[in-house]
Design a protein around this ligand. Structure first.
Ligand code: T4K
Length: 367
């Protein structure tokens, strides 16, 4: 390959459209703190995603931190080791104890059958991740949470636009968190959001992301600065116009991989759930022992050909120094996640990936 191919490339609107938006920001001199673009993006996202309330953030990590504050989560929180490290860091930053539970080998999300055994009298919440945008078993998790009186905060960083039947996946649980980072399906350079179901909760979240101010002189909470700027919001509005095309193009890339990599000995592909509209935010493949080359061998080989695949999510979060001594981080407790982390390779997927480049990627994997 004569040029570098990364695991993702951001989609961007025409620069001229962005310049027009910038001109409006310059003219208005409102740069942040809930300006016109911010308000318009919240409204447009509610409509596009099919959710009731959304609060924009400057990134997904601050949104996670704030969600935990908004629900007053204390003590222990059950979560997955198979995610980006921000999921668990948000717990530590809130002084909470993460309790890792193993994942389901098919969905790669928290295994609901194993959650119950991890609940103690200190457990107050579950933080599952819709990994790669594939839905968790939201029915089983919801039922368990209701039975045990636990809150559920979904890390839906990968799940923009995912639907279960006609319902947005973001409507399950108490809160769902999105990331709009440059590497995501929908990006605002940096950005994120919390989705919630009531106006009272949205108001609380909006206070928390603005230092806890409710008016010029009243501070009701120890809030944070989680606000999205007008520049990011303006970009988001332009991105949204092109979202349907972005999702169609991603599906095309995913289908091409499926066509050529299905039924190859030693490569496992993720299965598809009936009735679920996914967003193809990632394309993970799982390299088994009987493939011609090891996972890391393939990762290195691709790199020598300028193809930069990624091992999302290896190592497991539970293996990082700040987590590895937790009792739940024990390898024996997380066998499925450990296996999956040792096999996974996320292949390049983004709308502008050409058929020619994709053919070269696939040929490099197979030959
Ligand atoms: N929860 C979950 C489940 C998440 O996956 C994430 C973030 C979060 C929470 C936290 O949300 P944020 O606070 O980030 O909003 C990336 C992203 O930084 C991170 O947002 C994402 N998950 C994670 C899975 O991936 P890196 O360190 O792997 O990204 P990086 O910079 O190596 O980028 C990957 C490739 O993308 C590059 O090789 C080239 C390409 N790229 C990247 C950037 C930043 C571009 O082409 N343009 C760009 O501007 O973490």
């Amino acid at each position: 390959m004569d040029h570098k191919i990364f695991v993702t490339q951001p989609s961007l609107p025409p620069l001229s459209e962005f310049v027009e938006s910038l001109q409006k920001i310059w003219d208005s001199k409102v740069l942040t703190n809930g300006g016109a673009f911010h308000q318009e993006l919240e409204r447009a996202l509610c409509e596009y995603l099919g959710v009731k309330y959304i609060s924009l953030f400057n990134n997904g990590t601050i949104a996670l931190l704030t969600a935990l504050q908004a629900l007053n989560i204390k003590g222990e929180v059950i979560t997955t080791p198979y995610s980006f490290v921000a999921t668990t860091h948000s717990l530590l930053w809130n002084g909470l104890t993460p309790v890792f539970v193993d994942i389901d080998p098919e969905t790669l999300n928290l295994d609901p059958k194993k959650i119950e055994a991890a609940i103690t009298d200190k457990t107050t919440a579950i933080m599952p991740v819709h990994c790669y945008g594939r839905p968790c078993d939201v029915d089983a998790i919801g039922q368990l949470a209701r039975d045990k009186g636990l809150k559920v905060i979904y890390d839906a960083a990968h799940a923009f636009g995912v639907r279960v039947g006609d319902e947005s996946l973001l409507n399950f649980g108490d809160l769902s968190i999105l990331s709009f980072h440059a590497t995501k399906v929908f990006n605002t350079f940096e950005g994120g959001a919390i989705v919630c179901g009531t106006p009272e909760m949205k108001q609380r979240i909006d206070h928390l992301k603005n230092f806890g101010f409710t008016d010029e002189v009243t501070v009701v909470e120890a809030g944070i600065n989680g606000k999205m700027s007008e520049v990011n919001a303006a970009l988001g509005l332009l991105q949204l116009k092109n979202m349907d095309q972005v999702l169609t193009d991603r599906l095309l890339v995913a289908n091409r991989y499926r066509e050529r990599l299905s039924d190859i000995q030693g490569i496992r592909l993720p299965t598809l759930d009936e009735g679920v509209t996914i967003n193809n935010s990632y394309f993970p493949i799982f390299i088994q022992k009987d493939f011609s080359i090891s996972r890391d061998g393939l990762y290195d080989k691709l790199k020598t050909q300028n193809i930069y695949s990624r091992r999302y999510f290896y190592p497991l979060i539970s293996e990082f120094p700040m987590y590895k001594n937790l009792p739940s981080a024990d390898h024996g407790n997380l066998r499925v996640a450990s296996d999956v982390a040792s096999q996974v390779l996320c292949l390049p997927i983004y709308p502008s990936l050409t058929a020619l480049d994709q053919t070269k990627i696939i040929d490099s994997i197979l030959n």
